[in-house]
Design a protein. Structure first.
Length: 356
């Protein structure tokens, strides 16, 4: 089971998934879309679910909002088992679950106001309550001046903000975002992600965000689950998964930087090898960045820096060095122990005749 409930800031599971399986029949063939999914999604968190196309992300989100039935296993949302709800109870639960779509799903013949008001009209709310709530959420997403505009008059980012306003109109406790930024340009993506983060922080709404874009996860999510072929491949806090991805699929999604290695680099030591090629990885709080002078003083031979990379995620520094050490017979286990805790991991990549 993947659970993040031990962290005090997100201690209450809002969504609990146990042994979830989903099967489809496609042209007479059974497809196993979700395989024994176990998740605890904490209340008040921004929870990212990432995977390539066909990984099972859409199947998962459709089971979360009750649009798809569960083949096996269970989903509890706020202690309610989806499979045990009758039609009226399921409608009531959906009103507490806002949905944000990739392609906005706005009605082109209706104004912004009318699109946002539609869920309340369907639920037969009185007009004065509809007016008050629609104006409130349009103000929240920064579109008060667009109430009388039509979708065709809006940019992609504005359309998505209308979609967010519509999703919020029922005072939901959870927002499900299905590739909410993949149709947007980078500037609009940044605006929408900032808005989602603000909504999470100010309203305490749990957000489940499904995407194939690691940058989206990096920007706003607290935790991430990587799905591959219907299974959970990897999970954890975003900074931890990004700093040390264990699975090939995660490494591919991260699109890790190419290593800048000497042209004569070989994975095994050769008689004429003069340099060991090492990768040093570190992770630290931003106010506790490692002292490079202290680190390099631990080496008893000349060190050449070939490549470095540093990133900041969730107030953590995630960094790595590729170095050429003019020594091939060093005790790297002892060296690794000497470098801790400044360096989290020392990896011997190979050997080379020269440093460049």
């Amino acid at each position: 089971m993947v659970s993040f409930g031990a962290h005090t800031e997100f201690s209450v599971p809002y969504i609990k998934i146990r042994n979830l399986n989903k099967y489809y029949t496609v042209q007479g063939t059974q497809v196993h879309a979700l395989k024994d999914i176990n998740l605890d999604i904490p209340k008040g968190s921004i929870f990212g679910i990432i995977g390539k196309s066909g990984a099972g992300k859409s199947s998962l989100i459709r089971t979360l909002n009750g649009l798809e039935s569960v083949s096996d296993g269970s989903i509890h949302i706020h202690q309610q088992d989806l499979a045990q709800l009758n039609h009226a109870e399921l409608i009531q639960l959906r009103q507490k679950t806002g949905m944000i779509f990739q392609h906005f799903n706005l009605m082109s013949a209706k104004t912004v106001y009318e699109n946002v008001a539609l869920p309340l009209k369907v639920a037969s709310y009185p007009k004065d309550q509809i007016d008050a709530r629609v104006n409130e959420v349009l103000n929240l997403v920064g579109l008060s001046n667009k109430a009388d505009s039509y979708p065709s008059q809006l940019s992609g980012g504005q359309k998505q903000r209308v979609g967010i306003a519509r999703a919020l109109v029922h005072h939901p406790e959870v927002l499900l975002c299905d590739e909410a930024t993949s149709a947007l340009d980078p500037e609009s993506t940044s605006v929408v992600l900032s808005l989602l983060k603000e909504i999470n922080q100010t309203l305490g709404i749990t957000i489940v965000l499904i995407t194939h874009e690691m940058q989206v996860i990096r920007e706003i999510c607290d935790q991430v689950v990587v799905i591959d072929h219907g299974e959970i491949a990897e999970s954890g806090q975003v900074w931890s998964v990004f700093s040390s991805p264990q699975q090939k699929i995660t490494q591919e999604l991260l699109n890790l930087e190419q290593l800048d290695l000497p042209i004569d680099y070989l994975p095994d030591i050769q008689p004429d090898s003069a340099y060991s090629i090492l990768k040093l990885r570190y992770e630290s709080a931003v106010d506790q960045s490692p002292n490079l002078k202290t680190i390099f003083e631990q080496f008893d031979a000349p060190v050449h820096l070939l490549q470095s990379h540093v990133d900041t995620i969730q107030n953590y520094l995630i960094g790595s060095f590729i170095i050429a050490l003019k020594q091939t017979d060093a005790d790297f286990n002892a060296l690794s122990a000497k470098l801790k805790p400044s360096i989290a991991q020392l990896e011997v990549l190979g050997y080379a005749k020269s440093a460049y």
